[in-house]
Design a protein around this ligand. Structure first.
Ligand code: NAP
Length: 337
């Protein structure tokens, strides 16, 4: 049942990626399928206002994704962090007396794990905490931006399927980041809730809270996490700048229907630098995960395919709309596409 969650998330990623992959195959027979998929994915300026706005919602509903993203990531992060402190503490003495054996052996009295198993498991748990911290930083910033930075046009719409895909994304993405330990986290959360309801007075992770013990392990992770974290922050900071540029284009409410050519930062190289930055920051998460988790690869595949398709449409839209559009700009990948 618990492992079923992981397989369900993987199956959902594959089901979401496959139509985009098929729609990208440049065969004339697939033209109508391409149009169908893009019809669901288009939003804002590339969803031309038509007589019918059936099956669409306002583009400003993007904020809902980040409300869900913040709530769900915070819950997963808090639970995983508590689990890490309780069963996978830093000091070896604490480790021996911890509940790790019973969690790993599902209640068996036999404690035959070799120290290397214990430390690699401990590393996996703290790495999941690290990935969720990065995700939290991303969804929090996106929530603030969608409320205070972007000036959504009241006419900009989003297909209902695109909206549902967004809700799916911000549920599945944080879960994917801790999928390698999802069954244990689910069991731990269940036990905590059961203990709370039963009013049992076991020492909880919160009672044992020690700021240093909760943070130091995050700093002692490996070089993959350090490099991944730096790549993540690089993409994160450029996305922040590019969003600020987009948000500054409409200076007055009278311009709410207008679109301009953005300039500055990565906009000098590509038409959708905020999508490129998103890919960079998810690449950072992938590197920080160690690259061994299939679910995180699928998450990354979805991000790349989804945003590359949207960037292609956006680039063609800019070329059609502005005669003086800078000829040196590519769609999303500098010098390539
Ligand atoms: N992880 C994923 O799979 C995924 C999927 C989708 C989006 N995202 C991320 O979410 C962020 C927002 O995506 P989005 O598709 O909503 O971006 P977008 O279509 O570029 O729109 C963002 C905001 O900028 C405005 N805008 C865009 N181009 C403009 C221009 N030329 N002139 C004036 N205003 C302009 C839009 O106005 P309107 O209100 O008129 O549209 C909207 O308010 C991106 O950083 C993206 O990476 C991630």
């Amino acid at each position: 049942m618990e492992l079923g969650i992981v397989w369900l998330v993987r199956a959902a990623w594959i089901a979401a990626i496959l139509p985009m992959v098929i729609a990208s195959i440049p065969i004339s027979k697939l033209r109508s399928f391409h149009e169908l998929v893009m019809g669901f994915a288009r939003r804002g300026k590339i969803l031309q206002p038509s007589s019918s706005q059936k099956w669409t919602v306002p583009q400003r509903f993007f904020a809902h994704f980040y409300v869900i993203g913040v709530a769900w990531t915070t819950l997963l992060l808090a639970t995983t962090w508590m689990y890490a402190i309780k069963i996978a503490p830093l000091s070896p003495e604490k480790l021996q007396s911890s509940e790790i054996a019973s969690h790993l052996t599902r209640g068996s009295k036999v404690f035959s794990f070799h120290e290397s198993h214990l430390s690699s498991y401990r590393f996996k748990v703290w790495r999941a905490v690290f990935l969720l911290v990065l995700m939290e930083i991303q969804v929090l910033r996106r929530l603030v931006e969608s409320i205070y930075v972007f000036k959504y046009s009241p006419f900009a719409r989003l297909h209902i399927l695109g909206y549902l895909a967004g809700l799916f994304f911000y549920t599945a993405a944080p879960l994917s980041l801790c999928s390698s330990i999802a069954p244990e986290i689910a069991r731990f959360a269940g036990n905590q809730v059961a203990e709370f309801i039963a009013g049992e007075s076991h020492t909880s992770a919160i009672d044992e809270f020690d700021l240093l013990l909760s943070i130091i392990p995050l700093m002692k992770l490996g070089s993959c996490q350090m490099i991944g974290g730096v790549v993540f922050l690089w993409g994160w900071s450029h996305q922040c700048r590019c969003h600020a540029i987009l948000g500054s284009l409409r200076e007055s409410p009278s311009q709410e229907r207008e679109y301009m050519i953005p300039h500055g930062d990565w906009f000098e190289m590509v038409s959708s630098p905020h999508y490129l930055a998103e890919i960079v920051l998810y690449a950072g998460l992938l590197v920080a995960s160690g690259g061994t988790c299939v679910t995180i690869w699928l998450l990354f595949g979805f991000v790349v395919w989804n945003l590359t398709l949207a960037a292609g449409e956006t680039h063609r839209w800019y070329l059609r709309k502005f005669e003086d559009y800078p000829a040196n700009r590519h769609a999303i990948f500098p010098f390539v596409y």
